[in-house]
Design a protein around this ligand. Sequence first.
Ligand SMILES: N[C@@H](CCC(=O)N[C@@H](CS)C(=O)NCC(=O)O)C(=O)O
Length: 209
Amino acid sequence: MAEPLVFFTNPMSRGRIVRWMLEEVDQPYSTELLDYGTTMKSPGYLAINPMGKVPALKHGDTVVTECAAICAYLADTFPQTQLAPAPSDRSRGAYYRWMFFGAGPLEAAVTNKSLGFEIPTDQFQLQGRAGYGTLTHVLDTLDGALNGHDYLAGDRFSAADLYISAQLGWGMQFGTIEKRSNFERFVALHRGRPAAIKATEIDDQLVKK
Ligand SMILES: N[C@@H](CCC(=O)N[C@@H](CS)C(=O)NCC(=O)O)C(=O)O
């Protein structure tokens, strides 16, 4: 019998990324809703994620936290979905590259901007020490990768497209990422997928409750 998938989230969180991925893999899962500051910091949940943050995924006895890791885990656990290039496929390199770029430089640069902290473009020493350089460098790099391309790894949709398009979409919506034509095209393309639409509907309904 298949081991149960349990998804810990709050509908107003990065958990939306994982909900989209869960809908892509199309396996049954149950959702445990957690509230900020209360159940998210309860001893029971801290035993699952000592960070007291969502999202988290439990698959049988396996716990995975961090959006990118959960997406990668689901893609590898359900290879029939073809949401990650196979290990023997050379586009696995690009897949890793952009998954880690999203979880590292992009996430850090955008979070810092949302907190009102940006590395000045004339502070070359600081740029050298910060893994992301500047937000502009990060966005220019992504813009270049997306220019003329619908997919970041190979010629089909992967978890890297999901993860990066979710981040770009949110960033542009909340004003932490400037709107650029390549970003808008990429986000519109992938967020129009049936699984993305369904995931958004589920979380929007949960927010209304
Ligand atoms: N690096 C984590 C970030 C998780 C995170 O910061 N989640 C926020 C919601 S978007 C959270 O749970 N905040 C509650 C808190 O820290 O108390 C990931 O990628 O999953």
